[in-house]
Design a protein around this ligand. Sequence first.
Ligand code: 5AD
Ligand code: SF4
Length: 447
Amino acid sequence: MTADRKKFYIETYGCQMNKYDSEIVAGILGKEGYTQVFRPEEADILLVNTCSVREHAETRALGRADNLGVFKHKTPGVRIGVLGCIVQNRGEKILEDHSAVDFAVAPDSYRQLPKILNNHREASGDDFSVRAFLDESDSGETYDDVYPARVKGLSAWIAVMRGCDNFCAYCIVPHVRGRERSRPAAHVVEEVRKLADEGVVEVTLLGQNVNSYDDGTHDFPDLLEKVAEQNGIGRVRFATSHPKDLSEKLVRTVADHEKICSHIHLPVQSGSTRILRVMNRAYTREAYLERVDLIRKHLPNVGLTTDIIVGFPGETQSDFEQTKSLLREVEFDGAFIFKYSPRPHTSAAGLKETLTEGEKIARLQELNAVQKTITQKRNQMHIGRTAQILVEGPSKKSLKDAMGRLENNKIVVLPDTKLQPGKFVTVKITDSKGITLFGELVDFKFQ
Ligand code: 5AD
Ligand code: SF4
């Protein structure tokens, strides 16, 4: 442990927004003279940024916080903090139930971290009277003026809006992350400029419901356009889009700008209008399919991905069959399929579960098998195509090979090239195995 006790380690669970929030936390602490370390044994402060979206995610993250307790035994004075959605969800009970945890800070209260850490540093030995719980939810916090401390790389995430107003019946997010609020477009653009100057070539605009972005003057397509205009930025991605807010203007904006990647993550959740209604998703199966038609009309090579929940309360065999048929009809490039997990505070928590765990698992496996075949078929359709990739680095399987991504987010492996990460090159797709495409170099395109 360092004399000034200013080294922190942070471990992140959950979605991209949470990963971004860890960068915000690192930015806040970095400004106060704290240093980030990447091994828990080197740290004085151990932070676990948690996720609440499914119960399993919560159990894993809290289990990890408990396990990190060993470092307190090894080195007195080490402090453990739990951050993120769980804090909002479980409240002060976290401190009661997890004796190793010294402080718990909810997503809108990270600015208070230096103060909490100061109190701990000033307290002698293991004085637990300074254990702290902080939750300033719905304070309108957007961390608009905080520059996140990112690990240097080609790509960066930027949260452009936070929170969610949709209250889908199963979802804890609006309860733990508060109401929607958007950062001013000018500030987002300023951050993008700074990133481009630091060598970032790809930015992903993040929001729980990113396409409902509205700063009072700009809607989401306006923002995308402004970001894409910045020199040095070669690619702009965004996630996650809600089908009800997916406008023709958005699709056209993606189509009209080479730099805006033709990849849309559009969670459908269920193929049954009846279940969608109970889920409070605000669209029918037909309306969703119309959105898909609109997207494919303007973006023929789009990468279209989705999220699905199986085993929502009351989901009959017929509802499930409709989800399966929707998968076949749409032919997504990829789907993240989850078992329903009842969450506190949500309206679905009051609904009686009608499927056993075994039935949920069976439905999950069946859909995964259906989707696997579709993903392979969709990938094969790219064989013979010539397209551009952004080189990211060596391939996972062989350091000699390079890997990069197509605009639609599919991974392409190139044999034995000496390509520098960050380069845009043109490749011909020659093969497809599993979820990976293989290609050969056709041309360099330098920025
Ligand atoms: N149970 C299972 N999956 C859920 N998701 C959100 N809430 C739940 C829940 N209670 C899934 C949705 C969402 C994704 C991020 O997580 O599919 O799109
Ligand atoms: Fe959750 Fe629905 Fe909001 Fe997505 S749109 S974060 S699923 S409430």
